[in-house]
Design a protein. Structure first.
Length: 104
């Protein structure tokens, strides 16, 4: 049993996403291995139940971080020449707001 919770494949170099450097801005795209995350079936969230029987939704521990990073990456609009830079917008990671809703 593989206890490593990371997701990935050779396609994304085990990062879970691919960066397309074409155009003015680099664009991060979720890799197919994340889109088909077997933990959450690609939804990014998991339905859990607590001891009282209430069900609640939690972010998928395997792929939600990657999804968020990709979103931040694209929101930051990294110029294509910096497409090597992967540490984008990870500030306030600890006490950050919990982004419940998504806009698109
Ligand atoms: Zn992959
Ligand atoms: Zn997942």
């Amino acid at each position: 049993m593989n206890k490593n919770k990371n997701i990935g494949c050779d396609e994304c170099h085990w990062q879970g996403f691919n960066v397309k450097g074409s155009g003015v801005y680099a664009k991060a795209e979720l890799c197919i291995c994340v889109q088909n995350c077997k933990e959450c079936t690609g939804t990014g969230t998991l339905l859990s139940k607590n001891e009282k029987g209430y069900s609640y939704v939690t972010p998928c521990q395997i792929c939600s971080v990657i999804r968020r990073n990709v979103k931040l990456y694209n929101m930051a609009g990294v110029p294509a020449k910096y497409h090597d830079v992967l540490q984008v917008g990870t500030r306030n990671d600890e006490d950050g707001v919990s982004g419940g809703h998504e806009e698109r």
